[in-house]
Design a protein around this ligand. Structure first.
Ligand code: ACO
Length: 162
């Protein structure tokens, strides 16, 4: 199992991974228009942390770091159907937290969680209460109905990965 973080930088290997992740999102997030998935995945302000097994992408999380605000917005998160409930989603989130803290300097994540994924996000330390001051994130993240806004504080010291 390998964890990587790539964005659209025209490196062939990275682009192949992003296309693989796009296909997983398209299938696992049927309510999201495909063009919207592609737009954010390929947007250079977004990054994708991915889990690879035998060099194939089996899942990932696409997020946008707002460096000045020290928070990241998770846009999409999914694991391919036949690899779900094996713990990959948890390990993926831990790699995301470590990367976001150590590379981007972030302290929090926000996301609009689909109703059926709220349980997963709660297990990853997300809360329905938003403790961040509204002026920190208001106007930065888009309002989106059909999802519940959730927050996660990244521990400043905890080693999230081994
Ligand atoms: N509801 C409640 N609990 C869940 C769910 C869920 N949908 N999915 C996983 N869990 C639980 C697991 O039972 C497990 O609990 P445990 O630690 O007590 O055993 C824990 O969360 C972690 O499970 P993992 O195996 O690490 O999770 P998995 O690899 O299956 O990944 C994910 C979870 C990403 C939600 C995956 O099931 C998936 O891709 N689902 C379909 C797409 C989806 O709903 N994505 C999120 C949409 S919201 C957004 O993208 C912002």
């Amino acid at each position: 199992l390998k964890f990587v973080c790539y964005s659209n930088d025209c490196v062939d290997e990275h682009m192949m991974c992003l296309v693989g992740l796009k296909n997983i999102f398209a299938r696992q997030l049927p309510n999201m228009p495909k063009e919207y998935i592609v737009r954010l995945l390929m947007d250079r302000k977004h990054k994708s942390v991915m889990v690879l097994r035998r060099n194939l992408v089996v899942g990932g999380i696409t997020y946008r770091p707002y460096h000045s605000q020290k928070f990241g917005e998770i846009a999409f998160c999914a694991i391919t159907a036949d690899e779900q409930v094996k713990g990959y989603g948890t390990r993926l989130m831990n790699h995301l937290k470590q990367h976001a803290r150590d590379v981007d300097g972030l302290t929090h994540f926000l996301t609009y969680a689909d109703n059926n994924a709220v349980g997963y996000f709660v297990k990853q330390g997300f809360t329905k209460e938003i403790y961040l001051e509204k002026d920190v994130w208001h106007g930065f993240i888009k309002d989106y109905d059909g999802g519940l806004l959730m927050e996660c504080k990244i521990d400043p010291k905890l080693p999230y990965t081994d």
